[in-house]
Design a protein around this ligand. Structure first.
Ligand SMILES: [Zn+2]
Ligand SMILES: [Zn+2]
Length: 796
């Protein structure tokens, strides 16, 4: 017997332990039908908030749906704790300055912090009732993951897909590291367009040039004009002389020069922006380094050496003005590339870095993006646009301490690069020396590569890292492509992009067939929850779990359209809470008539056939929505069925359940069959959203009947695929009539139990007439009369 009230506080924990102890969600590698998920490993970087569990709950509904559709679901769990977000979090919260600590000490602190946080994170996800395999989570910083990451590096190095070169690199002066294009965030900033003039060698003429970065003058290597620029055509081939520094640079024609911007002529400096970097390469221009890794001016800047970039800009503008070279200035808002992690304006520096060559594989990556099925579809466009606009090879070197090291040394005598053997991985080149002498010069002294890899060099391998938990095979394409990569919308051009790229380079295979993209959980005021913003800190999943239960929190998160953001409102949580209670009460009511009842097919009374038909049709749309990862729409259709079941069907059928002595044993059995099947079917459908309350009800009665250890490994109830729309509308007519009768009573201030003398139903067909007993019972009608004619219900 179910308790009078459902006590989620004790029950949720109880069932979570039960599922773990009984290995309910275990994956069977040999199962005929499998469903493999590439779970996003949550990034360990501070407090966990409600927005954080939002998308994971959505994925869990899909995992549960697939499992109950008869597949063995692989749903691994891991943590992303080797990247810049984690690193920066440790540095900030522990107030550490990297120049005041040794590399070893710092790594130790990072390891300790992440180990503590992993426990907190794990607990939060586990208590949300996720059906992932929490018994064996991976960490992107573990020895095993390092091995797979380094394996990927060595293989791609050997294939020539990874190269080390000194070329333009995106650089964050604050984080002191190279970064990749995917880490950029464009910001509209106000800046000044400064109009200055360059001299022309052997003439009195001056060329007008507009620049937002006059501090780069010392690194100017060329002046470009457009080939169609008639006014300046005569200058092409001549030499320009830069102001202040008096350096001679060539004047060249460049069709990419924007005649509408500034004066139409541009100075190319190494490197003021991305265009400079591109042109330097294309026109084979020399590289002059004006900026240090710390964001200060180099000696090249002469009297301005040592100044910060912005200070130098102010000083040089002053000087240009004094010299009469600055002839105009215009304030404009300007798109500036900043580092998404810290907001610092990015510089472009030339330092030796490791690059994954992606620019020459753009067409193939694009094609793979077309082959993946994206849900919602619009995200495919976002992905393809990103690939089209890719301007940089993927720089994977990071000048930080905490992360996966490169298994690489450099010969001190001849500079040769030595890469570790695959069989020796994982390796830390700082503490381990190479096993052989330099193959080029025989030298025995080596310098280790002291950089670490971009965190995405690891996360791009999550399909393999996840699969390795079962196969122990390291880097392998076994099981690839997986079925699903779920992720949030900001990852389309990052995580998804890198994973597809790696899968292309390693196996020329898709990493997964489908990618479902979730929106964000937003605060009531519409702000994106983020760990770095204070609005997320007050909304811990734990608070909501304690107040409303995990099931209700899950209801909130999954009652959303895929790819759309969802607000956190108390109203939505209250709706979920009401639903959870109603599921409990309705089940308790139905189960009270199922004592000693074993479901058996019987001749169904019309309204029993009707509710079964409603169930069948809902089940069909529920499945078709979930096959498209639309868990919110599936939930809506299920809720409609559930309220129809409670408000209409149960009211109509309950008299037959209560009083078999009046309506007969067969009428009771018909209602028992329909109500038990539909209730069980709905509980199963609800169980992917509210796994705890549904398990509690299932275990009270249905588990014995189905001889199944948990609702979550049972199969959905399929009551047939032949559909009868006419039956639905006929049953709905009965509901309408009943609702008119009840409306009449409440209008007249009568109790619902009050007897009605005469009710005349005119113009309805045989189906309504065949439900006469049900209508009489629910309306407590003495004389029910059926007539032909215009449709009406007359009550006296
Ligand atoms: Zn930064
Ligand atoms: Zn050597």
């Amino acid at each position: 017997m179910l308790d009078k009230k459902y006590d989620f506080k004790t029950k949720e924990e109880y069932w979570q332990n039960y599922w773990t102890e009984n290995k309910i969600y275990a994956f069977d590698e040999n199962a005929k039908e499998k469903y493999l998920i590439d779970t996003p490993p949550p990034t360990i970087s501070g407090n966990i908030h409600l927005g954080h569990v939002f998308s994971y709950i959505q994925t869990d509904t899909i995992a549960r749906y697939q499992r109950m559709s008869g597949k063995s679901v692989y749903y691994p769990w891991g943590f992303d704790d080797n990247g810049l977000p984690t690193d920066k979090y440790v540095q900030k919260t522990r107030k550490i300055r990297l120049d005041q600590i040794t590399r070893e000490e710092y790594i130790k602190i990072c390891d300790e912090t992440t180990a503590e946080l992993r426990k907190v994170y794990l607990n939060n996800f586990k208590t949300m009732g996720l059906s992932a395999d929490f018994s064996n989570p991976y960490s992107t910083n573990s020895q095993n993951t390092r091995k797979i990451t380094q394996q990927s590096f060595v293989e791609l190095f050997q294939k020539g897909d990874i190269v080390r070169r000194k070329s333009a690199t995106l650089w964050c002066p604050d984080c002191q590291t190279a970064i990749a294009q995917s880490e950029l965030e464009n910001k509209e900033l106000e800046s000044a367009m400064n109009y200055i003039t360059f001299g022309v060698k052997g003439s009195d003429e001056r060329i007008k040039i507009g620049t937002t970065r006059p501090e780069m003058l010392c690194a100017c290597v060329c002046v470009f004009v457009h080939p169609d620029d008639k006014a300046r055509a005569h200058l092409v081939g001549k030499t320009a002389i830069s102001p202040i520094y008096n350096v001679e640079v060539p004047i060249m024609a460049n069709p990419e020069c924007d005649m509408e911007k500034g004066t139409g002529a541009v100075m190319c400096c190494t490197f003021g922006d991305e265009a400079d970097a591109k042109w330097q390469k294309e026109y084979n221009l020399p590289i002059k380094e004006a900026i240090t890794p710390y964001g200060r001016m180099t000696d090249l800047a002469g009297e301005f050496a040592g100044l910060k970039i912005v200070e130098c800009r102010e000083k040089i503008i002053e000087k240009l003005r004094e010299l009469g070279i600055l002839y105009d200035q215009q304030i404009l808002s300007h798109n500036v590339a900043t580092h998404e992690r810290c907001g610092t304006t990015i510089e472009i520096l030339s330092k030796p870095q490791w690059f994954v060559r992606l620019l020459d594989r753009k067409a193939e990556i694009y094609k793979m993006g077309e082959q993946v099925k994206w849900y919602p579809e619009r995200f495919q466009k976002r992905f393809l646009n990103w690939v089209e606009n890719l301007k940089w090879d993927w720089c994977i070197s990071r000048q930080r301490y905490f992360g996966v090291p490169f298994p690489v040394w450099y010969c001190e005598d001849c500079g040769e690069t030595l890469v570790a053997d695959l069989k020796d991985l994982p390796i830390d080149p700082i503490s381990t020396a190479p096993k052989c002498a330099c193959p080029k010069c025989g030298g025995k002294k080596f310098k280790p590569d002291t950089d670490i890899m971009d965190t995405w060099a690891t996360s791009s391998l999550t399909p393999e890292i996840g699969i390795d938990l079962i196969t122990k095979k390291g880097l392998t394409d076994k099981f690839l492509p997986l079925d699903l990569r779920p992720t949030a919308q900001d990852n389309v051009s990052v995580w998804n992009f890198y994973t597809i790229a790696k899968s292309l380079l390693h196996y020329n295979k898709l990493p997964w067939k489908n990618s479902a993209i979730s929106g964000w959980g937003l605060s009531a005021t519409g702000q994106k929850l983020s760990k770095s913003k204070s609005n997320g800190g007050t909304l811990s999943p734990q608070e909501y779990r304690e107040k409303y239960s995990s099931d209700v929190t899950r209801y909130w998160a999954s009652n959303a359209s895929l790819g759309k953001d969802v607000y956190i409102t108390e109203e939505e949580f209250n709706n979920g809470f009401k639903l959870m209670q109603k599921i409990w009460n309705a089940s308790k009511f139905v189960l009270s008539f199922l004592d000693n009842y074993t479901p058996k097919k019987t001749d169904l009374l019309p309204m029993d056939a009707w509710i079964i038909e409603c169930y069948k049709q809902t089940f069909k749309s529920y499945c078709s929505y979930l096959n498209k990862y639309e868990m919110g729409l599936a939930l809506n259709s299920l809720e409609q069925l559930f309220w129809n079941f409670c408000d209409n069907y149960i009211e109509i059928a309950k008299n037959r359940l209560y009083k078999p002595e009046i309506y007969g044993k067969a009428a009771k059995e018909s209602a028992q069959y329909a109500s038990s099947q539909v209730l069980l079917g709905m509980l199963k459908m609800f169980s992917i959203y509210m796994p705890h309350v549904t398990e509690e009800i299932y275990q009270d009665y249905f588990a014995k009947i189905e001889k199944c250890k948990s609702i979550h490994i049972s199969n959905f109830i399929d009551l047939g695929k032949k559909f009868d729309d006419a039956l639905i509308s006929k049953g709905n007519e009965v509901c309408e009539i009943v609702s008119q009768i009840r409306g009449y009573k409440s209008q007249k201030g009568l109790s619902l139990k009050e007897e009605l003398e005469n009710v005349t139903i005119t113009g309805y067909g045989d189906f309504v007439a065949s439900c006469a007993d049900d209508i009489k019972a629910v309306g407590n009608i003495k004389n029910l009369i059926f007539k032909k004619g215009e449709k009406s219900v007359e009550i006296k």
